[in-house]
Design a protein around this ligand. Structure first.
Ligand SMILES: *Cc1c(COP(=O)(O)O)cnc(C)c1O
Length: 437
C-alpha cells in the first residue's frame, strides 16, 4: 500500500503544478467535465446499445460536431479519431480518396521543416512521399521554396498556423491560393487552437481539412491522464469521404448513417472516445463562444508576457509578438558549456516540469514554452525568475547545473540505456524507489 501511495505522490500533475510544455498544450482539466462524464446516462452506455435508446448521446455528438464546425470554419466533423496523429492520418486518407475519385495520382505531401513530427509520419503511413518545405529566416514558411515544390504530384500541404514557433503565417491566403491552384488540398494541424479559437478560423484561411485535439485545446485529460480524441473537420468537397458512420438528424431522431459509398470506412472501434466527447462539449458549453475567444486572448497574452520576461535571459531568435507559445534558445549559454538539456534539468530541480527542448528542429538548443490561459501572473513571474536563476547558475557554476537534478527520485539518466535496457522492477534491496536504476 505504501509503495503505491508513495509512487502516486511522486507524480507531477497539471492539477497541482505549472506545466510549461510547448507545442502540446497542457491545459487544466475542469472538474465540471468529469462530473458530466460521470452522469450515469453517459457513463453506463453500452456501445452495442440500440440507437433508439442512446438518443441523448447521439445528440451530444451531433451538437459537439456543430460546435467544432463553428470553431474551425468547416462543414462537417468526424469524432472518431483517437489522437491528433490519428486525425492527421484520417484526413490524409480522405484527401487521398478525393484525388483518387477524380482519377488523379498524387503521391507527395509537403510538410514544413518546423512541423510537428507526427505530420511527416502520418503522411508516410498513408503511403505518401514526404517533401520538406523550408522556413525563412523569420521562422515562417518560405513561399519561394513552396512554389518550387508545388506540382501535379502534390496531394496536400500540411501546415499549422500559428506554426510551431508560435508565429502567425501572415501569407496564409497567398499560400492557400498557390496550393489550390495546383489542385492540391491544404491541411491544418489544429492540435493547438489555443491562439485563435473564437477569433479566426482555419476554414476561413482556406484550409480544406483540420484536426483538433480535444486533449489539448478542449481541456480533456492528456497523455497518461486519459485517452485522446482528435476530431477532423472538412470542407464540403471532402465530406463524401468522411469515416462512417456519420451522425445524422432525421425526422427529429439521431441516427448512425452507414450508407456512405465513398467513405474511407471506420477508423476507430465504435464512435471514438465518447467520454472525452462529453468532457469537451461540457467545456465548450461552460465557456460559450465569448469564453473561448477570451481563453485565446489570455493564452496569447500569457505567452507574450512570459516571452518578454525572458528577454536577455535566453536567446529569442524570432521577433515577437508571438501567439500562444514561443521558442527561446539556450545557445547564449553555450560558452559556459551549458545546453538546453541542462536548463531543462535545472528547472526540474526547482520544481517545474521542463519545457519542450530540441523542438522545433530548426532552432538550435530550442526551449519551447506555452503557459496557457489559466496561469496567473504570479505563476508566470515565479517561473521567469526560476529560468533566470538557472541561467545565472549556468554562468557562475555550470558544474553544479550539470549535476542536477539532485533532489528528484532519479538524477540524470543514461537515456540510451534507459530505452535499451530499462529497469522496470522496484529494487527492494535499495529500500527506496528513489535510487536511480
Ligand atoms: C500534439 C500535437 C500533435 C499530435 O497529437 P497527438 O494527440 O499527440 O497524436 C500534432 N501536431 C501538433 C502541433 C501537436 O502539438
Amino acid at each position: 500500500m505504501r509503495h503505491y501511495s508513495r509512487l502516486a505522490s511522486l507524480n507531477y500533475s497539471i492539477s497541482e503544478n505549472f506545466y510549461p510544455l510547448g507545442s502540446c498544450t497542457m491545459k487544466y482539466n475542469p472538474v465540471a467535465n468529469e462530473a458530466a462524464a460521470q452522469l450515469p446516462g453517459f457513463a453506463y452506455l453500452h456501445p452495442y446499445q440500440d440507437q433508439a435508446t442512446a438518443q441523448g448521446a447521439l445528440e451530444l455528438m451531433h451538437l459537439l460536431e456543430a460546435a467544432l464546425c463553428t470553431v474551425a470554419g468547416v462543414d462537417r466533423v468526424t469524432l472518431q479519431p483517437a489522437a491528433g496523429a490519428h486525425g492527421e492520418w484520417t484526413a490524409l486518407r480522405m484527401i487521398q480518396a478525393y484525388h483518387q475519385a477524380r482519377g488523379e495520382r498524387r503521391d507527395q505531401v509537403l510538410v514544413p521543416d518546423s512541423a510537428h513530427g507526427t505530420n511527416p509520419a502520418s503522411a508516410a503511413l498513408c503511403g505518401f512521399q514526404v517533401v520538406e518545405v523550408r522556413s525563412g529566416a523569420d521562422g515562417r514558411i518560405s513561399v519561394a521554396d513552396l512554389e518550387s515544390k508545388l506540382n501535379q504530384r502534390v496531394a496536400a500541404l500540411m501546415l499549422t498556423n500559428p506554426n510551431t514557433l508560435g508565429l502567425f503565417e501572415r501569407e496564409i491566403l497567398e499560400v492557400a491560393e498557390m496550393v489550390h491552384a495546383t489542385g492540391a488540398k491544404l491541411y491544418y494541424d489544429g492540435a493547438n487552437l489555443n491562439a485563435l479559437m473564437g477569433i479566426c478560423r482555419p476554414g476561413d484561411m482556406g484550409f480544406d481539412a483540420v484536426h483538433m485535439n480535444l486533449h489539448k485545446t478542449f481541456t480533456t485529460p492528456h497523455g497518461g491522464g486519459g485517452p485522446g480524441a482528435g476530431p477532423v473537420g472538412v470542407k464540403s468537397d471532402l465530406e463524401p469521404f468522411l469515416p462512417k458512420p456519420t451522425i445524422e438528424r432525421r425526422n427529429g431522431h439521431f441516427e448512425l448513417d452507414e450508407e456512405r459509398p465513398h467513405s474511407i470506412g471506420r477508423v476507430r472501434s465504435f464512435y471514438g472516445n465518447f467520454g472525452m466527447l462529453v468532457r469537451a462539449y461540457t467545456y465548450i458549453l461552460a465557456m460559450g463562444g465569448d469564453g473561448l475567444a477570451q481563453a485565446s486572448e489570455d493564452a496569447v497574452l500569457a505567452a507574450n508576457y512570459l516571452r518578454s520576461r525572458l528577454q536577455g535571459v535566453l536567446d529569442l531568435p524570432h521577433d515577437g509578438p508571438c501567439m500562444h507559445e514561443f521558442v527561446a534558445s539556450a545557445r547564449n549559454l553555450a560558452e559556459h558549456g551549458v545546453k538546453a538539456l541542462d536548463v531543462a534539468k535545472g528547472l526540474l530541480e526547482r520544481g517545474y516540469y521542463a519545457p519542450t527542448v530540441y523542438f522545433p528542429l530548426i532552432v538550435p538548443e530550442a526551449v519551447m514554452v506555452e503557459p496557457t490561459e489559466t496561469e496567473s501572473k504570479a505563476t508566470l513571474d515565479a517561473f521567469a525568475d526560476t529560468v533566470k536563476e538557472v541561467a545565472d547558475l549556468a554562468r557562475t557554476d555550470p558544474q553544479r547545473l550539470h549535476a542536477e537534478p539532485v533532489s528528484l527520485p532519479v538524477g540524470r539518466l543514461d537515456e540510451v540505456a534507459a530505452a535499451r535496457r530499462p529497469v522496470l522492477r522496484w529494487n527492494a534491496a535499495s529500500e527506496s524507489p528513489t535510487e536511480a536504476p
